[in-house]
Design a protein around this ligand. Structure first.
Ligand code: ADP
Ligand code: MG
Length: 339
């Protein structure tokens, strides 16, 4: 309940609100959640912990004028869940550190934004069954919102998927379709808001179930999630696996309405890219999510795109760059900041 706030909401009140919405489902791994100095987690027997952190900065990863508050909360959690999915981990608990501008804590609109953020995060947490088990809260020094999410997950010991396990000859697969996030971001930037249908940019679906299935069924030799863009993330997988790759242009599952540039370089689709030995039978769909063979790993270090005519050209990483400008090069005319 919001009411009219005469003074800035205090940290305790905010934590109480967060605690109310923290979600009690799926908390088997959390022996002690919000409220004490530390959370206490329980690891299933024979499992090991995986930890990932993701920083979401206003102006850098989202804009309040483009992204509804619910989307900012959803996306902040989705990024971490996608990292867990990439390694085949089961999510155990999430931790949220928030830096909020003073004016936001003092105004009705600001409080509505915070509530929206927590709601969006809560929806996805509920869907995936990951409890919010703690965090930290502070007034931001400036005008911008900062949200840092830590996710903790587990896999049976030694069974997590790595970027480094690929071998020449392995086939390459992606889940879902690519380019939808960049396409929707371009629409938002141009002030065209979708009324209905899918929202691959505002509400991406991290592939937690697929990651778990890949581990359980021992299908993948290597995996990564597509956060920065296929061209960039495939480069990461190849570097860690010390291999090259070829991507078959005709086989790429491009989101309806998106273009090839967006599919290759747009990023933020949060699909999984994985390799599997050619002799492994990989299903065409896992838990209702499409899985498409898009190429293979090859000896050497070069990454190639093979066109419909069989011609090869180099596939250079042109996705998201974390420093020094948003991208190495703008992918087509439609994509833009922020990511
Ligand atoms: P301390 O000062 O001991 O670090 P805090 O007063 O910051 O503790 O936090 C009190 C409790 O509220 C802790 O359990 C902490 O994890 C939780 N908490 C604080 N901020 C957040 C947040 N943004 N999201 C979730 N839990 C939070
Ligand atoms: Mg303390």
């Amino acid at each position: 309940m919001l009411g009219v706030m005469k003074r800035p909401m205090g940290e305790l009140e905010l934590i109480d609100r967060i605690r109310e919405g923290a979600g009690r489902r799926g908390g088997a791994g959390v022996a002690l959640g919000i409220g004490d100095d530390c959370a206490i987690l329980r690891l299933p027997k024979g499992h090991e912990l995986l930890v990932t952190t993701d920083l979401s900065l206003e102006g850098r990863h989202f804009r309040r004028e483009w992204h509804p508050a619910e989307s900012v909360g959803h996306r902040a959690l989705a990024r971490g869940l996608s990292d867990l999915a990439a390694m085949g981990a089961k999510p155990l608990a999430a931790f949220l550190s928030l830096g909020l501008p003073r004016e936001m804590m003092a105004s009705r609109a600001g409080l509505r934004w915070v509530d929206g953020f927590l709601r969006g995060l809560g929806w996805l947490a509920e869907e995936v069954g990951v409890p919010l088990a703690g965090g930290d809260t502070s007034e931001a020094a400036g005008e911008q919102v900062l949200a840092d999410i830590v996710l903790v997950g587990s896999t049976p010991r030694g069974r997590s998927l790595r970027r480094s396990g690929g071998e020449p000859g392995d086939l390459l697969y992606v889940t879902g379709t690519l380019g939808g996030s960049a396409m929707e971001l371009a629409e938002l930037r141009d002030g065209r808001r979708r009324r209905s249908g899918e929202h691959p940019h505002l509400y991406p679906a991290p592939r937690v179930g697929v990651g778990l299935a890949l581990v359980r069924r021992r299908l993948a030799s290597a995996a990564i999630d597509l956060s920065d863009g296929l061209s960039t993330d495939l480069g990461h997988l190849c570097r860690e696996s010390r291999v090259g790759a070829e991507v078959w242009e005709e086989r790429l599952p491009v989101t309806a309405g998106a273009n090839l540039e967006e599919a290759l370089h747009g990023g933020e689709d949060y699909e999984l890219l994985f390799a599997a030995p050619a002799k492994v039978r990989v299903p065409r769909s896992i838990g209702g999510v499409a899985v498409t063979a898009i190429g293979r790993l090859v000896p050497g270090r070069a990454v190639w795109m093979v066109g419909p005519d069989g011609m090869r050209k180099a596939l250079r990483p042109r996705g998201w760059e974390h420093f020094g400008g948003s991208r190495a090069k703008a992918p087509g005319s439609r994509a833009g900041k922020p990511r």
